[in-house]
Ligand binder design. Sequence first.
Ligand SMILES: [Zn+2]
Ligand SMILES: [Zn+2]
Length: 236
Amino acid sequence: MAYYAQPAAANYHTPPMQQQRQRGYRICDTCGTTETPSVKFRLCGGCMTTQYCSQDCQKTHWPSHKAICQHTAAQVSKATTATPYGGEELAKTLRKFTSAHTSLLGWAGFQALQLKRVPANVRQNALLLELSYHNHVESHRRFSIAASHIVPRTYIRDPLVISDIQRREERCRHSGGIGTLVVILQCGGVSQVMPVEVDPPSKISWDEREDWATVLNHFIESGRTDFKPISTTARG
Ligand SMILES: [Zn+2]
Ligand SMILES: [Zn+2]
């Protein structure tokens, strides 16, 4: 855990780190192990949203993950949007984008829902980000934030997505967390739901930031994937 003399939202003013890509804090979807710098997790190639500590855990999870995974991948073909690639390509790019900015998006959702002060918001609301598409060479720079809204959780209608969130929610609360934060990314007819399991408030050291939207835009616009939330209190 790093300490900073000047509290700030994030590593906003520091030059971007080259090469090293920040992946954030991940939990194995099967066994709950936390990712460490020495053991890099594998991402499910189908949906690019679930992660595993090992091939064994991925295999074990497949029978129960298969439905939501294929659903996430297939949803896209229904989508129609004016991009040079069409819906399927757009959805794939959106998954890559979400994956590259996971820690930033999770932090933004945490701030937007004010979870440090009002943890119960995690069950009521979700952060909806409307994106606009750009034809950039790098997938993590193909979108910018057009608008952000706090929407009720009932905004999500898809039963498979709802049950996947429910499953994560139960697991998270079982291990002492407050629940699953939902960030929805939407571009044209394509959307992606990003669930983030949140620690109890006593364990969260992130500072509250009202300027989260500015920070979010800054990192997205400059194509930086090295976002690190800054804490001025130690993690419990
Ligand atoms: Zn595992
Ligand atoms: Zn998957």
